[in-house]
Design a protein around this ligand. Structure first.
Ligand SMILES: NC(=O)c1ccc[n+]([C@@H]2O[C@H](COP(=O)([O-])OP(=O)(O)OC[C@H]3O[C@@H](n4cnc5c(N)ncnc54)[C@H](OP(=O)(O)O)[C@@H]3O)[C@@H](O)[C@H]2O)c1
Length: 314
């Protein structure tokens, strides 16, 4: 059996992505087979497409991408079938997933391990989808939501902390602002002029417009600086940190657990967190979607509709 998938055929610009027919995967004993309804054009996908950093080639192919390399760090869809050992999911369940660096969201089907075996980076995590989100919204949660959550956990954000979030209007930033507010922190969001209203709507207490002011020169002092957009450095931020203050920037994250994905689902269903969706493209327009993300100015996330047809009821 075959399925449609976007294959990364050349490293470089988005034109290296092409819609192809590839083999449909079959679930192993511990797997769920997910019919993918939505995925995202994630910054991580665009970086693998560009082979940035160069070392990505050690994983995805040295001179050219390995055969049938399917990007897609995250997805949302419906379980079509389960392996014989799977008891936690049944056909018809709505799920969302972090595919990790095994990737595979840009395809009509993806097999994922139903049981958390602790090897997230290669195998992926799949959990019941937040009931109050569309598939296009749910697909945009795992990668950005988990990364922002782990950064804030690492920084030990808590009640009354003053946190500055640089790049507050991007995928990580929009999650981080909401998560920091949920933990009782006082949030200063750094973003461009056109995104002021967005970050305030997410809960930011103060806004610094990076086109008008260098936030590293402010007279204020923070317990935490989270450089979500990775445009500054610990050295440059030292003077705005209180004594004992913490700088984090997506590097050296604590291990991502299955419980983290369930935690995000719970926060979303209780109304404490929502994904911001900038644009949605059909999978056939993946090249345009990547072009847009490459510009570096998306607000929140860019979703991709893979299919609007769930599998027939089991
Ligand atoms: N998303 C993830 O899950 C993840 C995980 C690990 C690492 N990372 C890395 O973290 C970085 C950010 O990822 P992302 O997905 O959040 O990026 P993104 O969504 O593409 O970030 C774009 C946003 O950043 C803002 N921005 C651009 N330049 C800025 C600057 N100098 N100062 C403040 N804001 C600026 C833009 O606003 P304007 O239009 O106003 O400029 C735009 O809203 C990337 O380097 C990515 O590789 C991401």
């Amino acid at each position: 059996m075959e399925m449609k998938a976007v294959v990364c055929e050349r490293y470089g610009p988005p034109e290296g992505l092409a819609l192809r027919e590839v083999d449909k995967p079959e679930p192993a004993a511990g797997d769920v087979l997910v019919k993918v309804l939505a995925t995202t054009a994630h910054v991580g996908d665009t970086r693998i497409r560009r082979a940035d950093p160069f070392l990505a080639r050690l994983v995805y192919g040295l001179f050219a991408p390995k055969k049938n390399l399917v990007l897609g760090l995250e997805l949302s869809g419906v379980v079509e079938a389960v392996g014989q050992n799977v008891t936690s999911f049944t056909a018809g369940d709505e799920v969302f997933a972090f595919t990790g660096f095994g990737l595979g969201g840009y395809a009509e089907y993806r097999c994922l391990p139903a049981v958390d075996n602790g090897r997230v980076q290669r195998t992926g995590l799949v959990a019941p989808k937040p009931a109050n989100l569309t598939h296009e919204e749910a697909a945009a949660v795992p990668a950005g939501g988990l990364t922002a959550l782990k950064n804030l956990q690492k920084a030990r954000v808590g009640q009354g902390h003053k946190i500055l979030i640089n790049g507050a209007s991007g995928s990580l930033g929009t999650y981080a602002v909401q998560l920091a507010k949920h933990h009782g922190a006082e949030v200063t969001a750094v973003c461009g002029t056109g995104n002021r209203d967005l970050v305030v709507s997410l809960g930011a207490d103060e806004v610094i417009d990076y086109t008008e002011e260098d936030f590293t020169r402010t007279a204020n002092r923070y317990d935490i600086v989270y450089d979500a957009v990775m445009k500054t450095s610990a050295a440059r931020c030292r003077r705005i940190l209180k004594q004992g203050g913490v700088f984090v920037n997506n590097s050296r994250l604590p291990k991502i657990e299955y419980a983290d994905l369930l935690h995000l689902k719970d926060l979303i269903e209780r109304g404490h967190l929502r994904p911001v969706i900038d644009r949605t493209y059909p999978m056939e327009e993946i090249v345009e979607a990547h072009r847009y993300v490459d510009k570096g100015h998306k607000r929140g996330n860019v979703s991709i509709t893979v299919s609007s047809t769930p599998p027939p009821a089991a």
